[in-house]
Design a protein around this ligand. Structure first.
Ligand code: GUN
Length: 302
């Protein structure tokens, strides 16, 4: 058996086209466009490349976009003041502070300073609470879990009553996707189990999964024999396992490997996401959707 590939690269394009059309319709009717600011402190190369891609995507969709780069020596208070300024700026609907922040800045304090109604990452405790309540309370589902759910829905994987097993309990992926998949809603209503480093027999649980969502950050953690034949396997792992020279650019690029042994798993699973090209492209796409959602809430049309 060979699994159907769930390609985030393709699904992303479809969603971006949908979002761009919606942005144009809102602009024509209400005369406003979504505004997104990304705040980057310092010059961490991975962060620079993420932020650049976020801003490029926002630009492509017709958003107002601001890339606010700050020196690594910015004080915590200066950063809090900057966030306060964007909180009060009516043309800005989404504020994203790129993580990680330098050690002298308290990350929690900074994230909590963002207006929850502009917190398009969905990291503020108010939005974490809204997500747990579910339904119409939800404002900004965090981007990677939202991308995972979107892949599952658009691939046509049945979720109603499905056994979902999540590997990993991070605040950014494991916990929120578990919460989202158990809500009594479309693309969810599943029976959810979360396994983690304290789990006695991880394989036992994974083998029961109709949908296996792996976000552990351990390359090749999930063995092919842990996968139920026909299951949907979502691999969130992006592990740098080496470097190679790109044929296209001649530059050194990282070799990426997922948390699942893809080559063996694809012969057993019913659906599977590749790494790269699966979940990865969805995160920025969902950030754009959340920023548009923020504007729609403000206009009373969400
Ligand atoms: N750094 C790596 N991923 C993310 C993300 O999703 N949001 C923010 N703010 N920073 C990140």
């Amino acid at each position: 058996m060979t699994a159907k590939l769930i390609l985030g690269t393709e699904i992303r394009e479809t969603i971006l086209e949908e979002l761009a059309a919606e942005v144009q319709a809102i602009k024509a009717k209400h005369g406003v466009v979504p505004g997104l600011v990304t705040i980057l402190v310092g010059e961490n190369p991975a962060s620079v490349s993420y932020v650049t891609l976020k801003i490029k995507t926002a630009h492509r969709l017709g958003f107002k976009e601001i890339q606010d780069n700050q020196p690594v020596g910015i004080t915590e208070q200066e950063l809090l003041d900057l966030i306060d300024r964007y909180n009060r700026d009516d043309t800005i609907h989404g504020i994203l502070v790129q993580l990680p922040l330098p050690k002298h800045i308290n990350e929690k304090k900074v994230l909590n300073a963002i207006d929850p109604d502009k917190d398009v990452d969905g990291f503020h405790p108010v939005n974490v609470g809204r997500l747990m309540i579910g339904g119409s309370e939800v404002r900004f589902p965090p981007c990677t879990p939202a991308g995972i759910q979107e892949l599952i829905v658009r691939a046509g994987v049945p979720t109603d009553g499905a056994e979902v097993v999540v590997v990993g309990r991070s605040n950014i992926v494991g916990k929120p996707i578990a919460m989202m998949m158990l809500q009594k809603e479309r693309g969810a209503n599943a029976t959810v189990t979360v396994v983690h480093t304290g789990t006695r027999d991880m394989a036992l649980h994974c083998k029961r999964a109709d949908i296996l969502i792996v976000a552990a950050g351990v390359p090749g953690l999930v063995k092919p024999e842990w996968i139920k034949p026909g299951a949907c396997v979502i691999d969130v792992g992006v592990n740098r396992v080496g470097e190679k020279v790109s044929e296209k650019t001649g530059q050194k690029v990282p070799i990426l490997k997922g948390d699942v042994d893809f080559e063996a798993a694809k012969e057993i699973a019913g659906w599977i996401t590749p790494v790269p090209g699966g979940v990865g492209p969805m995160t920025i796409t969902m950030l754009m959707r959340n920023t548009l959602r923020s504007l729609k809430f403000k206009l009373g049309i969400a």
